[in-house]
Write a protein that binds this ligand. Structure first.
Ligand code: IMP
Ligand code: MG
Length: 185
C-alpha cells in the first residue's frame, strides 16, 4: 500500500485536538442524558475509532450496538443516497434513547436515510453525533446534534476514516491530494 506521506495534503486535526474534543463531547452527552439509559449506535466502519474513544469518555450508563450501511453507485467523493443496510441492529430500540455515531456527514443522504428508517421503530429519542461535518456539501437537510469538527470540502482520512479501506489506524485526521494517490491494482 502506498505510504500516506506521498499523498497527504495537510493534517487537519492532530491527535491531542481530537482527544480533547472527544472528551468534551463525552462530557456534554453525559450531561444531556443524565439519569437516562442510552444506546450508542456505531455506524460501521468509519465510526469505530470515534465510538470506541467517545464511549470511554461517557460517565453515564450506556450500551453499544453497530450498524453497517453503504451507499452504492458512488465514487470516492459522492453519495448517491441509494443506501443499503449491510448489517442491522441486534437491539430492539423501541422506547430507547438512541445516539447514532458517524464519522462524516457530507451530502447528508446516509444519515437522512438511517434516521428515517430508525424513527419508524419508535425509539424514545433519536440523535446524531458526527466527528466531522462538511457543512457546505449538504444536499438534504439533517439535524446533527453533536459535531466534533467542521472540515473543508476535501477528501479526509485517518482516525477511523479510510481511503479504499486503508489508513483508518492513523491517530490524526488529514486531507488527501487525490491526484497523488494511486489505487492498488
Ligand atoms: P453522505 O451520505 O454524503 O453524507 O456521506 C457520508 C459518508 O460518506 C460518510 O459516512 C463517509 O463514509 C463517506 N465520506 C464522505 N466524505 C468522506 C471523506 O472525505 N473521506 C472518507 N469518507 C467520506
Ligand atoms: Mg460512512
Amino acid at each position: 500500500m502506498q505510504d500516506y506521506r506521498d499523498f497527504i495534503d495537510e493534517v487537519l486535526v492532530n491527535e491531542d485536538a481530537i482527544q480533547k474534543r472527544v472528551a468534551e463531547l463525552g462530557a456534554q452527552i453525559s450531561r444531556d442524558y443524565a439519569g437516562e439509559e442510552l444506546l450508542i449506535v456505531c455506524l460501521l466502519r468509519g465510526g469505530i475509532t470515534f465510538s470506541a474513544d467517545l464511549t470511554r469518555y461517557l460517565t453515564i450508563s450506556h450500551t453499544l450496538d453497530c450498524m453497517s450501511l453503504s451507499s452504492y453507485g458512488v465514487g470516492h467523493y459522492a453519495s448517491s443516497g441509494n443506501v443499503r443496510v449491510n448489517l442491522d441492529l441486534m437491539t430492539n430500540i423501541e422506547g430507547l434513547n438512541v445516539l447514532l455515531v458517524e464519522d462524516i456527514v457530507d451530502s447528508g443522504r446516509t444519515l437522512a436515510h438511517v434516521l428515517q428508517m430508525l424513527s419508524t421503530r419508535e425509539p424514545k429519542s433519536l440523535k446524531v453525533c458526527v466527528l466531522l461535518d462538511k457543512k457546505y456539501r449538504r444536499e438534504v437537510p439533517v439535524e446533527v446534534d453533536y459535531v466534533g469538527f467542521d472540515v473543508p470540502d476535501k477528501y479526509v482520512f485517518g482516525y477511523g476514516i479510510d481511503i479504499d479501506e486503508h489508513y483508518r489506524y492513523l491517530r490524526f485526521i488529514a486531507s488527501a491530494d487525490l491526484n497523488k494517490y494511486r489505487k492498488e491494482p
